[in-house]
Ligand binder design. Sequence first.
Ligand SMILES: Nc1ncnc2c1ncn2[C@@H]1O[C@H](COP(=O)(O)OP(=O)(O)OP(=O)(O)O)[C@@H](O)[C@H]1O
Ligand SMILES: [Mg+2]
Length: 528
Amino acid sequence: MKNILISLLGTTLDKGFKENRWERWRPSVAICQHEDLLIDEYHLLFPTKFLRLANRISKDINIVSPETKVILHQLDFKDAWDFEEVYTGLLDFLEHFDFHKEEDHYLFNITTGTHVAQICIYLLTESRRFPGDLIQTSPVKLNVAGSYSIIDLDLSKYDKIAARYARESKDDITFLKSGIETKNKKFNELIERIELVALRTKDPILLTGPTGAGKSRLARRIFELKKLKASVKGKFVEIECGTIRGDAAMSALFGHKKGAFTGAVSDRPGLLKTADKGIVFLDEIGELGLDEQVMLLRAIEEKKFFSVGADKESESDFQLICGTNRDLHQRVKVGLFREDLLARINLWTFKLPGLSDRPEDIEPNIEYELKRYAEKTGDVIRFNKEARSAFLNFAASTDAKWEANFRDLNGAIIRLCTLALGGRITIDILNEEIKRLKSLWDTDKFNHKDELKDKYGHIIDIEQYDLFDRIQLKEVLKICNKSKSLSDAGRKLFAVSRLEKASANDSDRLKKYLAKFNLTWDSVARMN
Ligand SMILES: Nc1ncnc2c1ncn2[C@@H]1O[C@H](COP(=O)(O)OP(=O)(O)OP(=O)(O)O)[C@@H](O)[C@H]1O
Ligand SMILES: [Mg+2]
């Protein structure tokens, strides 16, 4: 491989025509005075008015290194400190240069030239417009050759820098997890990926997962992390889409003009505008009305929207994070959610697991909750040994449904701590709490929208059915849930007609009923 060097003439440091010039370190000559570095081809760029010096240097190079072929190129800058001029001048030169990357090794000398030239050379190398390495030389006492070092700009090759990036990213991941040392591999990988994406993208992010899994909280953490890294300037604005409807929704999101409707007594900017250069978190995005969905899509794509009653468009450059515990594809199917909006927000989708899918994380989360309780109330509460292991056993067992996930865990710890006299949670207090949790999950069953899954494993959004069907279905499911088998449930549900022998087979009737909702006994029994 030949070493091919490009270098700018050092109009100050290279100066000298007298014999004593050999006693000084002259960067353009010295670079050819190293025994372990043979420059085969030397492209020396010089300003026209320094032609004489360039010729002198060229001859001197030939004296110290006869093997080196020097090629002179005239390159003039009106102002060697003008970034634009220097950058384009160098870029033009490189674009006309005949590089053979595979065969030769290219070096660009950053010792000579103005600081602006050095920055430009650096940028051109970093962006691979110059396909080689940088070389930096410096004087050394009693040695006219000085020293040199070759800088490879591929940062990933430097162990210390790579370790530093890895450490920073680890800190960010811990930040997203609120410092909780979670052990579940899948969850940790998910957060790692979220960290990577969140810091790089301004595109929409969709957080899915069951209620209480921490979607809203994660959205806020993402914002805080981005703020810390100065990648957002604006505010974090959050809205629960289920709480706004019709005109109120339009005006809450997009704002309104004074007098746009009765009650619009003054201008209102709207949440999207308030979140300019920041983040809008739309929780329960599935609940957003169809009209608002159309406006939102345009606001994401064009960053423009009309406030209610306005004749001029508002502009806002925000990042969107959405949360949902519903199956949005299912909502598209039944016409409640726009397919184009889903496609747009479905670019980065992260599904947060429920607590029961991460049993190994229950312990660190309990610790975290105890710490939070202590911070809030000043009371440091501990489990006694027996109670702790009993709680952990219960928490990771199939009895523990954690239907509202962290909300259930928060609630349990707060109750346990409040009842713990003398700062200790005893087995009695714990058993009482376990009973309370069990009955909570029993009575609450089917009130959670995300619980019901069809025979394909897709979450069924029960709200899509008429209230009439919903009431009946919920009761049927409750019975199924308390029954050992399909025929057991059938017997209970059709107890009266069974006695009258009016109908042939209870199991069959139940099976047919469930099938109307794409449900099977298995899919219902899975909920047990
Ligand atoms: N990793 C966590 N550790 C401890 N507590 C958490 C964690 N994540 C969330 N929480 C707490 O659990 C509660 C519910 O969290 P959050 O509101 O983020 O859930 P969500 O997924 O948005 O629920 P929903 O679907 O009902 O909106 C909050 O009080 C939150 O502070
Ligand atoms: Mg939420």
